[in-house]
Design a protein around this ligand. Structure first.
Ligand code: SF4
Ligand code: SF4
Length: 127
């Protein structure tokens, strides 16, 4: 494995553009609603939208509805997909998807190998 990490976040905020859809689970909706001190129904009306792949966070002005001044308003309880990025199952399983993700996330080393990326994820899960 190379010395340089394959992934090192550059804090650009681009992943909060939600291009692929920021999908949420019921328990995540409950946690975010509680953090914002509002009922789940109101939360759903204001911040969620349906899609063919599942319920996701709404996008306003081209970014996630919770991105404010480049910070996440629900950071302590943000959805699993946000916490997991870029070590998503699809990127770990599919080298082509991993290579494609390099174009969307400047935190991914363009020279980084898929093998090292998978190894990095494994080590993070162990720690
Ligand atoms: S797009 Fe990548 S580098 Fe930019 S904030 Fe998201 S994870 Fe970090
Ligand atoms: S919930 Fe937070 S971390 Fe996730 S996309 Fe929205 S602003 Fe970004």
């Amino acid at each position: 494995m190379s010395q340089r990490p394959v992934f090192q976040c550059q804090q650009c905020g681009d992943c909060c553009a939600g291009r692929g859809g920021i999908f949420v689970r019921p328990e995540e909706v409950a946690a975010m609603a509680a953090l914002l001190e509002m009922g789940e129904e109101e939360f759903r009306d204001r911040y969620l939208e349906p899609s063919s792949l599942g319920t996701r966070l709404a996008i306003t002005d081209g970014v996630c509805v919770f991105l404010q001044d480049n910070r996440c308003r629900v950071h302590p309880v943000k959805p699993f997909i946000c916490r997991q990025w870029p070590y998503l199952p699809v990127l770990l399983a599919d080298e082509d998807e991993f290579e494609a993700a390099k174009g969307a996330c400047p935190g991914l080393d363009p020279e980084g190998s898929h093998k090292d990326f998978v190894e990095e994820s494994r080590k993070l899960n162990e720690s």
